[in-house]
Design a binder for this molecule. Structure first.
Ligand code: ME8
Length: 641
């Protein structure tokens, strides 16, 4: 059966692990995830790929600044990215890292295919390079001020021997592809790209020799591949294309390629709709069906970006409001293809109005009333009356409208359709006034019908929201007693709930005090969460070298020749030692006597202004250089490990 399923292959950009990801990256990944979940629910055999783009000058420079190897640098950040996606339960099928051998081998093979086709030649590059964007620019493009036309930052002069890809050769075919109208969306980007081609496509420099953090060019070891050639190939290498001698099959490639959608931010549409198809034309492989350029999340009017540092950390928002609330906000608030401003206020209002008020209230009112009026069991319905038929019709046809919007990646409109059902159902409660019906035994039949209809409408909502907020879907289903897995077909039916037992749970979205939240979020911004680790990572063996012991200060006095130093005599349970610390600003000598301490005892002795210090005491030190003892309750001379 599954052999016959239609496939659906969707990708996100592979992000640079030059820094932790922010809410802009989260936005793109959340959209891809919602689409993947939606298509799975519709019965497609979905392949969802994300990953990291780990080579290039920018990463090499970042690693150097931090004093670590590029690999160690990216390993740590990629770890954080994977944790973020795990927290958000991003349902990717594969996560590709461009430093993995499965990718590197295949990119070299792709390079050779282009080379053997006669599309690669050696020359010299003379122009400008934007390291944050990893883009080449000509004199004209960089302009008099020598800035990157994409991001506006200064570019660096590059003069290198390099390999070139005959991009110009494909100009006509690319123009045709773009004019076809289907390949690149939204439409507004098409003219921009055609304009770019019309200016005259120059051959593309595809190797660098001034740094070495990249995939070696197979025919010339002095060169590494240009990071975009390396990165774009990920969409195929992750599927096992081309077959190389490493035991990984290309079955997935046969099954899923060409990609249905490459979802990318608008700033990298050019790479995906010009360079990428030209590479594929060169190696004579099918082109992806669609490239979709989404808009940016803006902050204070500008693009939120890692290199500008004006970023919103998704982890902070998830901790406070939960994964589903954040996903809902991102998918509901912004229009696909357009930029949108991010502010805490917009986000909190959205969460309060749509989630706490509309959906949260509907769930809690429905479940409470079924418990109160029907003994907690969903009753059968009688004949339709008043607004019943309208409510049913709206609920059972909602999936059609949602599907139509999803075909266009219009997540906001799809959610708006679902919320129209939610709001209609809330209105239905007000119109039917169950609390009045409950007062008259003769109206019990009508009350049952109303309760039944509420439970059914909520069940349909629980199916429809599943691709966007699966935790909330599960929680609603638990509270209303809906059985079994979510099934898209069930969104078309209105008679599944008779006999289900409801059970009131916690409020699914507690109401937020917006003024208080705004203040607290602002305070968090002022005092950003500091990473615990601020130094280079060390090996366990390095740590093992440190000999830490407990002791008690038995004597303390000022250093006769230095105001900042205190001279301690410390008893380590047998041996006594003199240890000098620069903490006179934080303690009076007499208050140190009797203090239990932890000390490094295998530090080489040092002379400090004429007195020997034999070890080092540990303190917790504030930024203002105030010190506190690191206390211990252990006896003297005990090893600290
Ligand atoms: O460009 N608003 O990686 P990258 C919305 N490695 N989306 C945003 C955003 C914002 N403010 N900021 C970033 C790269 N994004 C390359 C890609 S693909 C073969 C190689 C999202 O880490 C958006 O999807 O700079 C954008 O295209 C992507 O992150 C860029 O991530």
């Amino acid at each position: 059966m599954s052999e016959d399923k239609k496939t659906f292959y969707i990708t996100t950009p592979i992000y640079y692990p030059s820094d932790n990801l922010h809410i802009g990256h989260t936005y793109c990944t959340v959209m891809a995830d919602a689409m993947a979940r939606f298509k799975r629910l519709e019965g497609y055999d979905v392949r969802f790929l994300t990953g990291t783009d780990e080579h290039g000058q920018k990463i090499q420079e970042k690693a150097k600044d931090k004093g670590v190897t590029p690999q160690a640098y990216v390993d740590e950040i990629v770890d954080g990215i994977k944790k973020l996606w795990a927290t958000m339960e991003i349902s990717y099928d594969d996560f590709i890292r461009t430093t993995e051998p499965r990718h590197m081998k295949r990119v070299q093979d792709i390079f050779m295919r282009m080379y053997n086709k006669g599309d690669i030649y050696k020359g010299a590059y003379e122009g400008w390079y934007c390291t944050p964007c990893e883009s080449f620019w000509t004199d004209t493009q960089a302009g008099e001020n020598h800035v990157c036309p994409d991001c506006g930052r200064p570019v660096q002069k590059a003069h290198e021997e390099a390999y070139f890809f005959k991009l110009s050769k494909y100009a006509d075919k690319l123009r045709e592809l773009l004019k076809g109208g289907e390949f690149l969306q939204p439409e507004t980007r098409v003219n921009e790209m055609i304009g770019f081609i019309d200016q005259g496509l120059e051959d593309l420099c595809i190797s660098r020799s001034s740094f070495d953090w990249g995939i070696p060019v197979p025919i010339d070891e002095k060169h590494v591949m240009y990071v975009w050639l390396d990165a774009l190939s990920n969409y195929m290498t992750a599927l096992g294309y081309p077959e190389v001698d490493d035991g990984i099959s290309s079955e997935n490639y046969k099954k899923y390629w060409p990609a249905d959608y490459h979802l990318v931010g608008k700033e990298i549409v050019r790479f995906h709709s010009i360079i990428w198809p030209a590479m594929l034309m060169s190696i004579e492989e099918p082109l992806p069906k669609h490239v979709l350029g989404h808009g940016w999340l803006l902050i204070d009017g500008g693009k939120m970006s890692k290199s500008k540092g004006n970023v919103v950390d998704p982890v902070v928002l998830i901790d406070r409001y939960g994964v589903d609330a954040l996903k809902y906000f991102l998918l509901r608030e912004y229009t696909f293809g357009q930029d949108g401003a991010f502010t805490n206020e917009v986000m909190l209002n959205r969460m309060n109005f749509d989630l706490a008020n509309d959906l949260g209230n509907l769930v809690s009112r429905t479940v409470s009333m079924i418990e109160k009026y029907c003994g907690g069991v969903v009753p059968a319905a009688g004949a339709d009356e008043g607004p019943d038929a309208e409510l049913k019709e709206m609920a059972v046809t909602c999936y059609e409208r949602v599907s139509k919007h999803m075909d266009k990646f219009a997540f906001n409109l799809a959610l708006e359709e679902i919320w129209a059902v939610i709001r209609r159902t809330n209105k239905y409660i007000d119109e039917t006034a169950p609390w009045v019906l409950a007062k008259d035994e003769a109206l019990k039949g009508r009350l049952d019908t109303v309760m039944h209809n509420l439970a059914e409408a909520l069940r349909i909502v629980s199916v429809l929201i599943y691709p966007f907020m699966h935790h909330t879907s599960a929680e609603i289903r638990k509270q209303i007693g809906a059985e079994g897995d979510v099934n898209w077909e069930d969104a078309k039916l209105f008679d599944k709930m008779v006999g289900a037992t409801v059970k009131k749970g916690e409020a699914i979205f507690p109401r937020l005090d917006i003024a208080k939240e705004l203040e607290e979020l602002e305070a968090l911004k002022a005092a950003p969460v500091k990473p615990v680790c601020t130094k280079e990572l060390i090996e366990f063996d390095d740590f093992e070298k440190i000999d830490l012991k407990t002791g008690t200060i038995i004597k303390a006095e000022k250093h006769p020749k230095a105001d900042k130093l205190l001279v301690f005599q410390v008893d380590f349970g047998g041996e006594q030692r003199q240890i000098i610390s620069g903490v006179a600003g934080s303690f009076k000598p007499e208050e140190c006597i009797g203090q239990k301490v932890v000390a490094v005892v295998n530090l080489k002795p040092r002379m400090l202004r004429g007195l020997e210090s034999n070890g080092m005491l540990l303190y917790a030190c504030g930024e203002d250089h105030s010190y506190k003892f690191v206390e211990t309750k252990a006896d003297n001379g005990i090893e600290v490990g």
